[in-house]
Design a protein. Structure first.
Length: 165
């Protein structure tokens, strides 16, 4: 097993993961146990949240997709919901939650606007997430990761052309 990949091989894997993730079927987000049970297992992975207009809004990774889909719906448990409450609805948290009106607007937003795609990834998910957040930073609400990695986008573009042809 090779643990120190050449830069081009690393980028090839990142590009393939991105393509697989973005080509995966979009699943309408639901805040129900039956939905989580139908679509998710307790496995690690990368996920992308889209709004109904197909814009990517958030990219995440987790050690447990099933559990994350529960956590993400609760303001006290996940940054995404906190950020949406503040950015879209001007909410101010009190005791790790918003007031009932903002929480209701968040529930409606989740029910009507969100879609998700995901891929199972048991090794390298932090690298994939970092790459995707860096690439899509201008359109997502993720904060910039502390584990900043400088990507060679010229080399990435060359590799993407090779993969396509």
């Amino acid at each position: 097993m090779i643990f120190n990949l050449e830069e081009s091989e690393l980028y090839k894997n990142l590009i393939l993961a991105e393509k697989l993730l973005l080509k995966s079927p979009k699943i309408k987000f639901e805040r129900t146990l039956s939905w989580r049970t139908q679509y998710f297992k307790s496995v690690s992975g990368i996920y992308v949240l889209f709004e109904a207009n197909n814009n990517i809004i958030y990219i995440g990774e987790t050690g447990n997709l099933y559990k994350r889909m529960s956590d993400i719906t609760r303001t006290v448990n996940h940054t995404f919901r906190k950020q949406i409450g503040n950015l879209k609805f001007g909410g101010n948290k009190s005791r790790n939650k918003y007031d009932l009106e903002i929480e209701a607007m968040l529930d409606k937003y989740f029910d009507e606007e969100l879609f998700i795609t995901y891929i199972e990834v048991n090794f390298g998910r932090l690298e994939i997430e970092t790459y995707l957040i860096d690439k899509y930073q201008n359109q997502i609400i993720n904060s910039t990761k502390k584990r900043k990695f400088l990507f060679n986008y010229d080399l990435i573009a060359d590799i993407e052309k090779q993969i396509i042809s």
